[in-house]
Design a protein around this ligand. Structure first.
Ligand code: NAI
Ligand code: AKG
Length: 445
């Protein structure tokens, strides 16, 4: 314990101001006391200290011209955190809040998440403080081309394999891939995932994160003799993860009643119409209020507060980090929430997670619950390597299998290390031990 606390303090001092990274490290360290007691060899070999230091951090200038001909300059990042299990793997985020601390928190989480999938992938993450909101297609393309003009020299199918995250979907992956191909003169499909299906992408990858989160919630509920059917589900966000979580929840017989964006949230007592939500957010790229204008009926738009004030039995925070705090958690518990599964990365504050634990609410942490996305990216890499493309049903079955395995591994590990039923402990320990053993085997690198 003493050693872990010293080390945590060291990480804070070495990485000043990177609050999200500090939070992610604290969550992992919070679970590791029984591990370092049982495995002093990890401490002796400096495994924890090495894990907290990225293998490589790249920060670069991204110059581009807007539609008025003005020169714009953004900052690009790629943090190659850990390659003990395979090439660095993780998404790119384009959002004005992106800075090194966000990229490092996401990259650090990715190490353990990727280990949990059971696939041969290391951890990394990247992005830019570029704000795609309100930008034309031409501006997005020129930005992506400039971003890749630097990034291309750092990535490759055996080195580092980026994908999407907030603000980066199949359109951006297309522009990035096109520029990579043009610069390198190689059709290297395995260099990026989330590609279009006709040029090397995988069916189910677009749905995988949201679908997987709901599958994970369903597994947690089954340990208490329940399931998703008949549940009233609260989802935050209205992007890739949120929309597909809503779709899968409804396929499994639940009613998902909320969705949100930075302008507010909608409640639809008849269940969110997923096709309409896709139309508003993915085709028109509009605000969430347009859903209510088009839907009418028993739907309403709320501009103040959050979806967590709405009564529901399952909560799937799927928007952004720290969007569900202590007050939200209290409200959810008072309203009788049974399970919370994190679709977004670190959406619940540490205090909110503690409250769920104290109240006996089933809680699936992001690195386990949303791992279906990156796992399906690894399936995309598998298809690229064998020049194959699998059917929707086959890939969906693989995803279901993987989510069930992650769920069971979390529970077994939590049991083994003395915290039965604690998915946070199980996910962190199982992910950590797998990476630590690989690092030990590979010597001091
Ligand atoms: N796309 C993927 O495969 C994966 C994404 N994630 C995580 O899921 C979360 C959402 O990512 P995507 O859906 O891919 O992004 P997206 O770009 O498709 O959508 C952005 C999402 O962020 C929400 N958002 C951002 N700021 C917000 C605010 N202030 N209030 C309410 N909503 C806000 C938007 O409403 C929208 O739901 C992020 O935490 C991301 O890291 C995690 C695993 C994989
Ligand atoms: O599919 C990937 O490689 C990225 C997924 C991702 O960024 C995440 O799991 O947060």
């Amino acid at each position: 314990m003493h050693n872990l606390e010293n080390l945590r303090q060291e990480v804070l001092q070495r990485n000043p101001g990177e609050t999200e990274f500090h939070q992610a490290v604290a969550e992992v360290f919070g679970a590791l006391t029984p591990v370092v007691e049982r495995h002093p060899e990890y401490v002796e070999a400096g495994i924890l200290r090495r894990m907290c230091e990225p293998e490589r951090q790249i920060i670069f200038r991204v110059p581009w011209t807007d539609d008025e001909g003005n020169v714009q300059v953004n900052r690009g990042f790629r943090v190659e955190f850990n390659s003990a299990l395979g090439p660095y793997k993780g998404g790119l985020r384009f959002h004005p809040t992106v800075y090194l601390g966000i990229v490092k928190f996401l990259g650090f989480e990715q190490i353990f998440k990727n280990a949990l999938t059971g696939m041969p992938i290391g951890g990394g993450k990247g992005g830019s403080d570029f704000n795609p909101a309100g930008r034309s297609e031409g501006e997005i393309m020129r930005f992506c081309q400039s971003f890749m003009t630097e990034l291309y020299r750092h990535i490759g199918e055996y080195t580092d394999v980026p994908a999407g995250d907030v603000g980066v979907g199949s359109r951006e992956i297309g522009f990035l891939f096109g520029q990579y191909k043009r610069i390198t003169n190689r059709f290297e499909a395995g260099v990026l995932t989330g590609k279009g299906v006709s040029w090397g992408g995988s069916l189910v990858r677009p749905e995988a994160t949201g679908y997987g989160t709901v599958m994970f919630a369903d597994h947690m509920l089954r340990t208490r003799g329940q399931g998703m059917e008949g549940q009233r589900v609260l989802v935050s966000g209205s992007g890739n993860v949120a929309i597909n979580a809503i779709e899968k929840a409804q396929q499994l017989g639940a009613v998902a009643v909320t969705a949100s964006d930075s302008s507010g949230f909608v409640v639809d007592e008849d269940g969110i119409d997923v096709d309409l939500l896709r139309q508003v957010k993915e085709v028109r790229r509009g605000r969430i209020g347009e859903y209510v204008e088009l839907r009418g009926g028993r739907s309403r738009f709320v501009s103040e507060g959050s979806v967590w004030s709405v009564p529901g039995t399952i909560a799937l925070p799927s928007a952004t980090q720290n969007e569900l705090d202590e007050a939200d958690a209290k409200r959810l518990v008072e309203n009788g929430v049974l399970a919370v599964a994190e679709g977004a990365n670190m959406p619940c504050t540490q205090r909110a997670v503690e409250l769920f634990g104290e109240a006996g609410v089933l809680f699936g942490p992001a690195k386990a619950a949303n791992a279906g996305g990156v796992a399906t990216s690894a399936l995309e890499m598998q298809q690229n390597a064998s020049r194959d493309s699998w059917s929707f049903d086959f890939t969906h079955d693989r995803l279901e299998q993987i989510m069930g395995d992650i769920h069971d591994r979390c529970l077994e590990t939590a049991d083994e290390y003395g915290s039965p039923g604690n998915y946070v402990a199980g996910a962190n320990i199982a992910g950590f031990v797998k990476v630590a053993d690989a690092m030990l085997a590979q010597g001091l690198v």
